[in-house]
Design a binder for this molecule. Structure first.
Ligand SMILES: *Cc1c(COP(=O)(O)O)cnc(C)c1O
Length: 382
């Protein structure tokens, strides 16, 4: 039975060679864009394409303001900083996520608190969030205080795992009740919607990553989404060395970051945005293939939850137990089909072990059973 998964994936991608987990989709449009940006000499962080890429993202996601930066990790860092998270304050996050989420919190000298995910969405569980806050926190001095650590909890950062939207409406309302800023890690979820609203547009901030393995890529890159004009201006200022606009003077009012997305990277982003709709359609076809085949062959692949649209960034098989998952990992990788488990949960990493967490039952359950399977849009599918 398990041997069939190998044959199925080889047939799906019409290949017996190496099948990657997710590779970028480029054609002559990207080649032309790169050639033209090189000819223009504007390859660094000054150039017209960065602004154009930002407009395209705003237009597609419905976010009022977009700031393009070097990668998703620094987008998160800036979002946390601009949420007024002070050193020593706490940020609630999930343990089932990529290390970038936790790193960004630590880069701000803030402290992560790990909350469980839901088995269904694989993203932060609103039930676990509410339980944790009800049990551990009190509202005083106009803030939410953790009674155990006696630290202020300033923000909550859920993630839309593998592109499957989490229950962001419920999470938002809990954050409102407790006075927490909401930062959506939508790194993996361009093209994913909750209702008809794009992921990353529910909170005070959302971020999207354009790393090479995401649905679309700028090589490396990320954006910060916000509805607040003043905050958007601050985000741009802080990520462009806080330089005060002047034709020749180099004057800076605060110590800013050199995080602006280079024009070279933005030049890739525009043709990638041109093909986003087609890529999402193709990824949906691949997902349907996995789901239908799974139903016939006794494998459970994750399907988008009613009322949401999933970009199917990484298709996800939920094995019966760890033993089955590990066997599937073994046989697929042996056949040069790249599959992988979910990330090692954050609370198990050596530098995160001391941080507070809830029971993380679903996190452990999923960490034993998740198998991500090749999900690239197929070559020449257009
Ligand atoms: C990809 C990713 C990021 C950002 O990663 P970068 O490589 O820095 O762009 C952040 N969070 C999650 C969950 C991710 O998958």
């Amino acid at each position: 039975m398990s041997k069939n998964l190998v044959n199925f994936i080889q047939d799906l991608y019409n290949s017996k060679d190496n099948i990657p987990l997710h590779e970028p989709y480029f054609d002559s449009e990207e080649e032309k864009a790169l050639e033209s940006v090189i000819k223009s000499t504007f390859v660094s962080s000054v150039g017209p394409l960065v602004g154009e890429f930002e407009s395209r993202i705003s237009e597609y996601t419905g976010s009022k303001y977009t700031t393009a930066v070097m990668n998703g990790t620094c987008a998160l860092q800036i979002a946390i900083e601009l949420s007024d998270v002070q050193p020593g304050e706490e940020v609630i996050t999930q343990s089932l996520t990529f290390v970038a989420s936790t790193n960004a919190i630590l880069h701000c000298s803030a402290i992560p608190v790990f909350i469980d995910v839901s088995k269904e969405t694989m993203g932060m569980s609103p039930l676990s969030l509410k339980d944790f806050l009800d049990e551990n926190c009190e509202i005083r001095d106009e803030g939410c205080w953790n009674k155990k650590s006696n630290r202020r909890i300033k923000a909550c950062m859920p993630m839309h795992t593998f592109g499957f939207p989490c229950e962001i409406d419920k999470i938002k309302s809990i954050c409102d009740d407790y006075g927490l800023r909401l930062i959506e890690d939508a790194a993996e979820s361009i093209g994913s919607f909750f209702g008809d609203k794009h992921t990353g547009t529910f909170g005070d901030f959302g971020i999207i990553s354009f790393n090479g393995n995401k649905v679309i890529t700028t090589g490396a890159g990320g954006v910060i989404l916000t509805e607040n004009k003043d905050i958007a201006l601050l985000a741009k200022h802080l990520t462009t060395t806080a330089k005060l606009p002047h034709k020749w003077n180099f004057d800076h009012d605060i110590s800013g970051y050199n995080y602006r997305m280079p024009n070279l990277n933005a030049s890739l982003g525009i043709p990638q945005m041109n093909k986003l709709k087609f890529l999402l359609k193709e990824k949906r076809k691949i997902a349907k293939n996995y789901i239908d085949w799974g139903k016939e062959n006794g494998f459970h692949f994750k399907e988008e939850i009613k009322g949401t649209t999933c970009n199917y960034w990484l298709n996800t098989l939920i094995a019966k137990d760890k033993k089955e998952r590990d066997m599937l990992l073994e046989i697929t990788n042996k056949a040069s089909i790249m599959t992988r488990p979910a990330w090692t949960p954050m609370h198990e990493l050596p530098f995160n072990k001391s941080f507070q967490r809830d029971e993380l039952k679903n996190t452990a359950w999923l960490a034993d059973r998740v198998l991500n399977v090749p999900s690239s849009p197929r070559k020449n599918a257009r």
